[in-house]
Design a protein around this ligand. Structure first.
Ligand SMILES: [Zn+2]
Length: 336
């Protein structure tokens, strides 16, 4: 699989004690290299102001620029809240957004999957408000850039531990969003009542208990949710907000699901849905995952499983707990 990666991604928050550290992508890159999975590496580019404007108002870009310019050698906070910045953050975030867009373009050219190994992550960034560890909405940008360039519809599949409140706020005009996430947990959104079905886009949230959900139930939930949502949306591109902080032992998340095993099962499912609707075009965009060794093994499992195309093994649908089952039944009822 083509992997979009740029050394610049290791600059943001370098030397700062923070869970969203440069070691995350550096560790994944070196593990992929050792595992023979980095042969398809390609460079990123910067997202232009016009591209960022697909999802962020110009005033927000100006705010990020001003906040970063006001920093000296020491880190500080983005003035929209809890996002830590240093002098490199705007340049790195712009290239992360560009990396997601390049991945989308390569997926369209090759009718295949591409992995954007980027940071900072993006799914908490709302149109005018950076949040969490996120500055620009990488996955939503790739999806909207696709719709702008090609027409059609894009579906964002978010399996990160946390709810992608930012991506949800950018779902419209052919861009749909389906998410599993811990609830209640940061950022507090994505509850069972947050569902929207419009003519050309949808938002589907399947909140999960914050811990001990388990591999079987996690995989079974997606095996039930994703085909239904895809049937409703009929996406021409799938963008995956690939956040691996669902993995057991993750210091920030931890749904109690095995990292690599879940990643492999989800990639097999996503590959099937991508082949059925989107001509094989899938963009994986890195979101969370804060235990570097588990993150590296999980990303490798995604690449291997998606490329090897095994038939996806069915997880036991009976493992889905009753509250999640009732949400899925409601989703199914709205999907003709
Ligand atoms: Zn997360």
């Amino acid at each position: 699989m083509i992997v979009i990666y740029d050394e610049l991604y290791t600059e943001h928050l370098k030397g700062i004690d923070h869970p969203e550290s440069p070691d995350r992508v550096a560790g994944v890159a070196s593990y992929l290299e050792k595992s023979g999975l980095f042969g398809g590496r390609e460079p990123a580019r910067d997202a232009t102001d016009a591209e960022l404007a697909f999802v962020h108002p110009a005033a927000y870009l100006e705010r990020v620029r001003r906040d970063v310019a006001a920093l000296g050698a020491r880190p500080g906070y983005l003035s929209t809240g809890d996002t830590v910045l240093d002098h490199s953050s705007l340049a790195v975030a712009r290239r992360a957004a560009g990396g997601a867009i390049v991945a989308m373009e390569r997926a369209v050219e090759t009718n295949d999957a591409v992995f954007a190994l980027v940071r900072p992550p993006g799914h908490h960034a709302e149109p005018a408000r950076g949040m969490g560890f996120c500055i620009f909405g990488n996955a939503a940008l790739a999806a909207h850039a696709f719709v702008q360039q090609n027409g059609g519809r894009a579906l964002i599949v978010d399996f990160d531990y946390h709810h992608g409140n930012g991506t949800q706020a950018m779902a419209r005009d052919g861009v749909s969003f389906v998410s599993t996430h811990a609830y209640p947990a940061y950022p507090g959104t994505g509850g069972p009542s947050e569902q929207s079905i419009a003519d050309d886009w949808a938002v589907v949230n399947v909140p999960l208990p914050p811990h001990s959900y388990g591999t079987e139930a996690f995989v079974a939930t997606w095996q039930r949710a994703l085909p239904e949502v895809a049937r409703r949306v009929r996406p021409d591109l799938i963008v995956v907000s690939a956040g691996y902080d669902y993995a057991s032992g993750d210091p920030v998340g931890d749904l109690g699901a095995d990292g690599p095993q879940s990643a492999a099962a989800l990639a097999a499912l996503i590959r099937e849905i991508g082949a059925e609707y989107a001509n094989g075009r899938v963009v994986y965009c890195l979101e969370g995952g804060y235990d570097v060794a588990t993150l590296a093994r999980s990303v490798a499992a995604t690449l291997r499983s998606h490329d090897a195309a095994p038939a996806s093994e069915r997880a036991d649908p009976g493992s889905i707990p009753a509250p999640q089952r009732s949400i899925l039944e409601r989703v199914e009822a709205t999907c003709p």
